[in-house]
Design a protein around this ligand. Structure first.
Ligand code: ADE
Ligand code: ZN
Length: 359
């Protein structure tokens, strides 16, 4: 039973956490018609391969039109994580997606911050923000995102990252973008070694001031790269179900999580875009127990690795580590504490609307 193990997540895309029911609810609230073919059925998005996943993700993000929408997806995601025993979640947000829907950087930030504050008040879970740019939109757009972020510093914005199509552009094109973020004191991470192989990871470590890698899983194909990752203490934000869903690996038996751990890499467990990949942070821990044969102590060690690598401030980190240790000594964990909590409320929905769209 992994439910009561305190969990920490470093890699999930906020826009990608909204399940179909929430996407439909927000679209209805905003009077938006979602594109045909977005859903495979009531509970699943329709997509085929990685580029098609990015397309579906962009289409679903169209439901987000106001700061309150960002508040609601952040709140609902953190509530769901808390129910599964998570004590800390870093969420990637994408100001480019917000801008596409007419929102300013501050709109998206204020909404997300409100969701984080409300979730901590209601469930005790701590959330923080990693602002991301989108690789296939190019370095100029990345620079604009980084500049907006630096112009409006916020204590909950603790990191900078980049997702999107790993085959687009060269990582060195993005050095000025990441330099801005790093020089402003933010932790940096980048998606690499998810779709592309070891060369993508080498480029990330050679070119950018990153201490963590989004995925980085394909380092396993090059033993010397694994040695470098171990030597430099680079943290891998591994997302096993994401990798299976996008076809990087055929099944859990082929996933290199255990091999990377055994080689001495700092590995963490993450859900990436949970409803697209039929997963959740709780499911990732449960799968690690079942398929990677990790006992409670090993899973707690994964949480410790994530908390140590979190871009959060030191006081908050110390408090989270104390909760991890306290939970091992019979204190109530968040999962126990929130098990009876009511299903989360959104900021503007009324019950009539929810009944209409969720029955
Ligand atoms: N954007 C959202 N999810 C992503 C992923 N898994 N990889 C790259 N970019 C993303
Ligand atoms: Zn990702």
């Amino acid at each position: 039973m992994t439910r009561d193990i305190p969990k920490a997540e470093l890699h999930c895309h906020l826009e990608g956490t909204a399940p179909p029911a929430l996407v439909r609810r927000l679209a209805h609230r905003n009077g938006i018609a979602l594109p045909d073919g977005l859903f495979a059925d009531a509970d699943n998005f329709a997509w085929t391969d990685f580029p098609d996943f990015l397309r579906a993700y962009d289409a679903a993000s169209m439901c987000l039109r106001k700061a309150g929408d960002y508040r609601d997806i952040a709140y609902e995601y953190l509530a769901a994580c808390a129910r599964e025993g998570a004590i800390y979640v870093e969420m990637f947000t994408s100001p480019d997606h917000a801008a596409e829907m007419g929102m300013s950087y501050l709109d998206h930030l204020e909404g997300t911050v409100a969701g984080i504050e409300d979730a901590e008040r209601d469930f005790g879970i701590v959330g923080r923000i990693i602002v991301t740019c989108v690789r296939h939109l190019g370095a100029e757009r990345g620079l604009a995102v980084a500049r907006d972020m630096i112009a409006e510093p916020h204590p909950y914005v603790v990191g900078f990252g980049m997702g999107g199509d790993e085959t687009a552009f060269h990582l060195r094109d993005f050095l000025p973008v990441f330099r801005l973020a790093a020089d402003a004191g933010l932790g940096c991470t980048v998606h690499a070694g998810e779709v592309c192989g070891p060369e993508s990871i080498r480029a990330a470590l050679d070119e950018l001031p990153v201490t963590r890698l989004g995925h980085g899983v394909r380092a396993i194909e090059e033993p010397r790269l694994v040695e470098r990752i171990v030597r430099d203490g680079i943290v891998l934000e591994l997302c096993p179900h994401s990798n299976l869903a996008t076809g990087v690996y055929e099944d859990m038996a082929s996933h290199p999580f255990p091999a990377l751990l055994a080689a001495g890499c700092k590995v963490t467990l993450n859900s990436d875009d949970p409803p697209y990949f039929a997963t959740s942070i709780g499911h990732e821990y449960a799968t690690a127990a079942a398929d990677f044969k990790m006992d409670d102590a090993a899973l707690r060690a994964v949480t410790r690795t994530a908390l140590a690598a979190a871009f959060v401030g030191e006081d908050t980190r110390a408090g989270l580590l104390a909760r991890l240790d306290g939970a091992g000594q019979g204190l109530k964990t968040p999962a126990s504490a929130v098990a009876e909590a009511p299903v989360c409320m959104t900021s503007e929905d009324d019950n009539t609307e929810r009944e209409r769209h969720e029955t």
